[in-house]
Design a protein around this ligand. Structure first.
Ligand code: FAD
Ligand code: UDP
Length: 374
């Protein structure tokens, strides 16, 4: 077989690059995916009970990038959806990101009013304050509030998910879910938010429906690469695996998803409920909130954090200095073969990308390829 490009991995990174190269440069692409489906971790499918589920945990699309939104809108219409998350704190379900409504739900009204006034005085209305910053900068009664939120929302959840304390991770991790001095209960405030109207799987199949693209599923690229003639490769799998772990293993966190279909229309009040203090699992997801599917049944997904080991999927790069250091060793290796192989994506860049960031990264790399600057 002879192609211009081999692309390893059919997630958002690989699919975007395959689509751009095939349709804009009119070059032949072979997309190789080890799983039995396209879509990477964003894949969804109907289960045996007829419910559209997100196989690797719920995926809500959100972006401030007009470019990314416009690009993906060529392949899908969108169902408008604003993600809502509740956290169980002191037995009550309160909005996360933790906001003024969460304060009123948890504290007596007079004290909540006082905390609201203090927060607005110190930081301003509509401001997002990462919990680690709030802990440093809070004074007076706000110290108590900061410690309360740290302990009840972040500490145990983070230990469960990462097996690290919040301050042992890059501050950007907990800053993804800042304390929000607002009454806005949405998880994200991005300009563009939604779920692909039919499904992520449909979006991906439209992206890859091009005569210049062939897709090979159920195949680890290492099994077939010797038999393929190609000019260049784009690799979107784990970068340490590509180099056979020669500098050591990059750590990842994994998850186990337990699916259960229930004979009731809805199970919970929101798409995601975080169990920030109790239980071994971190979240229960109910995808029907995202998809808007009408059915007398519902499927819930309980999310259990898992050890990183060779049998588990490497879902999360672990953002912290020592891991960045090890990753930089692999970047040096990648530099030496960049005429032949390019690396991009959540696993190959070892970066905690959201879907829109993976697409933006792929579009930027495509631009460099098209301009022949890489
Ligand atoms: P991936 O989707 O991981 O695709 C990489 C592909 O490469 C995989 O399919 C893998 O099987 C394949 N591969 C690896 N090695 C090989 C090999 N040797 N041979 C062949 N194939 C190989 N983002 C959001 O914006 N919103 C969300 O709500 C959201 N929720 C998430 C929930 C979870 C639990 C997780 C883990 C991630 C979530 N994300 C979310 C992030 C989103 O999944 C990623 O940004 C996106 O999937 C990155 O795309 P990618 O193509 O870089 O990687
Ligand atoms: N986090 C937390 N409690 C919450 C929500 C988030 O401690 O209720 C922390 C936790 O460390 C988590 C990180 O913030 O891993 C990022 O949360 P996000 O919801 O963005 O995680 P993801 O959806 O990527 O798993």
């Amino acid at each position: 077989m002879k192609v211009d490009w081999v692309i390893v991995g059919a997630g958002f990174t690989g699919a975007t690059l395959a689509e751009r190269i095939a349709s804009e440069l009119n070059q032949k692409v072979l997309l190789i995916e080890q799983r039995d489906h396209i879509g990477g971790n964003s894949y969804d499918c109907y289960n045996q009970d007829g419910i559209l589920i997100h196989k690797y945990g719920s995926h809500t699309f959100h972006t401030n990038s007009h470019m990314v939104w416009n690009y993906l809108s060529k392949f899908t219409e969108w169902r408008p959806y604003f993600h809502h998350v509740l956290a169980v704190v002191d037995g009550k379900k309160v909005p996360v990101p933790f906001n003024l409504n969460s304060i009123y739900a948890l504290f007596p009204p007079k004290y909540a009013e006082k905390l609201e006034d203090l927060l607005i005085q110190h930081y301003g209305y509509g401001v997002k304050v990462p919990i680690l910053k709030l802990r440093e900068s809070a004074s007076g009664d706000l110290i108590l509030l900061a410690e309360y939120i740290y302990k009840k929302v972040f500490y145990h959840y983070t230990l469960k998910h990462w097996q690290l304390k919040p301050d042992e991770l890059d501050p950007s991790v907990t800053a993804r879910v800042p304390v929000y001095i607002s009454r806005d209960n949405r998880y994200f405030q991005d300009t563009y938010q939604g779920i692909p109207k039919h499904s992520y799987a449909d979006l991906f199949s439209r992206m890859l429906k091009h005569p210049n693209i062939s897709v090979l599923l159920n195949t680890d690229y290492r099994e077939v690469i010797e038999d393929i003639k190609f000019n260049r490769m784009i690799y979107t799998g784990p970068i340490d695996a590509f180099f056979n772990y020669k500098h050591g293993r990059l750590p990842y966190r994994s998850l186990r998803f337990e699916f259960e279909t229930l004979n009731q229309e809805y199970y919970q009040e929101a798409g995601t409920i975080n169990y920030t203090n109790e239980y071994e699992f971190t979240r229960i997801l109910e995808t029907k909130h995202l998809t808007g599917q009408i059915s007398p049944h519902t499927t819930i997904t309980t999310v259990y954090p898992m050890e990183d080991n060779p049998n588990n999927e490497p879902y999360y790069p672990i953002p912290r200095a020592e891991n960045r250091q090890l990753y930089s060793e692999y970047v040096k290796e990648a530099e030496q073969i960049k005429d032949k192989v390019l690396f991009a994506g959540r696993l190959a860049d070892y970066k905690y990308y959201n879907m829109d960031q993976a697409v933006a990264r792929a579009l930027t790399l495509y631009k460099q390829i098209a301009e022949k600057s890489i």
